[in-house]
Design a protein around this ligand. Sequence first.
Ligand code: DP6
Length: 319
Amino acid sequence: MSRATAHAHPNIALVKYWGKRDLALNLPAVPSLSLTLARFETETTVTWGTTEDRFLFNGEAADPTTAAKIAQFLSLVDPARPPCNVDTANNFPSAAGLASSSSGFAALALAAVAASGQEWSKEQLSVLARRGSGSACRSLWGGFVEWKLGKRADGADSCGTPIAPSHWDVRMVVGVVSSKKKPTPSSAGMESTRLTSPYFPAWVETAAADVELGRKAVLDRDLAALGEVMESSTLKMHATMWTGRPTLNYWLPGTLGCLDAVQALRKAGIGAWATMDAGPNVKVLCLPEDSERVAIALAPWVERTDILAPGGDATVEQH
Ligand code: DP6
């Protein structure tokens, strides 16, 4: 029996991933770019070689769908694996558009491979994490990370890669409009969008250019350029969701309230830009000195705000 514990932070996409080109391998239709966040994290302990599979999620037995997904994921680490225990917990609301699957599968990949006694490169771990959830391949690294589309049919080159050697000290102000579980999981939502939205081809065509702009903005430390491409990518992604059949809308009235508040801040000369994922919550990119003012502007529309700095790499220890 051997055991390892991993810690990973969630990441928020600045240039978004939405749509897959291969469902079985979880390969994306578009490249993307993200920021890993500090303070929010998943802690996952894997015990390799127990008497039966036992999976705990936030202290309770995982539901059957999650349990089946974890069991399948562990078999990617070693198809002849023994029974394992997994104990995973988040210190932030799960399944509320705060990217809990990104930190979840990054931590599970790291802990499972270490507990199995193998040594994999970070790229291999990122490819593995991607199989659990696409966005998880970006959470192996801290700071700004790009998820390369890759060319290979087996997906071995579709993984995260850090794009800035040292972190640029920005802030993401997370406004929790609702912490309820989202009605349509991302995987189902993005597949329905891909198959039915007439806007989906335009979304795919423009994604690589958005990643280029985003990468350049990060390297130039140009917050306005990064904010603009982030908002544009976000609105294009949601436009593909709205125009699918059936239509898919993750926003709530509070989401629009936050967007208005962010535009009013910009009119007042504050550099603040918003993004939303597969949920109603709004995350606002700004400089550290403006973050309190942003949080106050969001307050009327949200349950809570968190001001988050860039986070570091995912880590693992064997014990
Ligand atoms: C809107 O990574 O959760 O947050 O690969 O199906 O597990 P699966 O999807 P997931 O989707 C994230 C979509 C997004 C945008 C993003 O993080 O890039």
